[in-house]
Design a protein around this ligand. Structure first.
Ligand code: BLA
Length: 327
């Protein structure tokens, strides 16, 4: 993978500024560097804690959050080298099957993986914030991932996304399209997805924080308005859609490599299947191959390399009215 756990020169900063930006934490690069240069060199990195605090506060204004049974096992972990920390939180609520967050902080990277899964009685989109920050770059996905096909299912798109198009447009220019993606990712994304990469700057984190707040608030409103589904077949349809989503992410999460390096193969796998994408082993019995046969190579084994299935969508495949223009 093209990022290093080594130095963080591009985010280093010569210390003349009196006050830190609220999202930035200050870390001396090392005591040796400090003495050698006799100057105040710091490495700055974003802290995503504030994002999670906002989301939890905002959620409790709408609903009562109960700690998830997962909380007992998944709360805090140190990386293998002892230098990184993984902090996990998980809750449930009347309409929420699982709200969970993972923050990773090491000397060289910060990650926020915050996702909220509604219960199967609601067809509300899945709230998804996925931010990866290293010295070189930031990789960002922020979206209300549609539960059902919005490219072909007009009604679902109308129901949830028609009114949100102006919100998406607010951020289109600020966060340019991040580059090619697989068509599966595109199918899981909505017309208002923020998929972007940028180099670190306090201004960008400010905008990202506003976007996160805006997106989370509208998602909470959608959830608040959602009416419980009574039709068993529709509930099953929602459940299968959630299971398909979990199956995709548990298998193809691009963060897998980082997690494995940090905590080792078996803990990483456990984190992915039992915490981050909890439900993948319980909510359905279909396999990755059943849902995504295009990833199956001739021998019937899974095609592990994500880039061996074509990526495309070099540009944003939705127009300003939220119409799909990808093909
Ligand atoms: C990259 N993460 C990406 C990319 C996407 C996502 C689209 C870039 C393109 C790609 O490799 O496919 C995120 N993809 C998603 C999401 C969905 C999807 C949210 O399909 C939802 C349906 N990311 C994490 C965690 C880490 C992480 C926990 O969620 C690290 C621990 C890191 N994401 C990460 C890294 C890359 C990445 C390192 C770059 C991967 C690479 O370039 O090979």
């Amino acid at each position: 993978m093209g990022f290093g756990f080594g130095g963080s020169s591009s985010s280093s900063y010569f210390c003349l500024q009196p006050k830190l930006h609220p999202f930035l934490t200050r870390k001396p690069i090392s005591t040796r560097d400090w003495r050698k240069t006799q100057t105040c060199i710091h490495s700055f990195s974003v802290s995503y804690q504030k994002f999670v605090d906002f989301a939890l506060d905002e959620t409790t204004r709408h609903t009562h959050l109960l700690p998830s049974p997962l909380q007992e096992k998944y709360n805090f972990m140190k990386s293998k080298d002892g230098k990184g920390e993984l902090s996990m939180l998980s809750y449930e609520a009347t309409k929420i099957r699982l709200l969970r967050s993972l923050i990773i902080e090491t000397e060289t990277l910060q990650v926020l993986d915050f996702t909220v899964f509604p219960k199967a009685e609601y067809d509300v989109p899945i709230f998804c914030a996925n931010f990866f920050t290293s010295a070189k770059t930031n990789i960002v996905v922020l979206d209300l991932n549609p539960l059902h096909d919005i490219i072909h299912e007009y009604d679902y798109k109308e129901k949830y996304f028609k009114s949100l198009i102006p919100l998406g447009l607010k951020y289109v220019e600020l966060f340019p399209w991040g580059g090619k993606l697989t068509s599966e990712s595109i199918n899981f994304f909505s017309p208002i997805v923020i998929w972007t990469r940028f180099t670190s700057s306090p201004q960008k984190y400010d905008i990202l924080y506003s976007a996160f707040k805006d997106y989370y608030k509208v998602w909470l409103e959608l959830l608040g308005k959602a009416v419980k589904e009574r039709d068993g077949s529709q509930i099953l349809h929602n459940l299968e859609a959630q299971h398909r989503y979990l199956t995709w992410r548990a298998e193809k999460d691009p963060g897998q490599g980082v997690l494995k390096k940090l905590v080792g193969d078996s803990l990483a796998k456990d984190l992915l299947r039992s915490f981050l994408f909890n439900g993948v082993d319980e909510l359905g019995s279909k396999t990755f191959n059943d849902y995504f046969p295009q990833y199956c190579c001739e021998e019937g084994t899974l095609n592990k390399k994500s880039n061996s299935v074509d990526k495309s969508f070099e540009r944003r495949p939705w127009d300003a009215r939220g119409e799909f223009i990808g093909n």
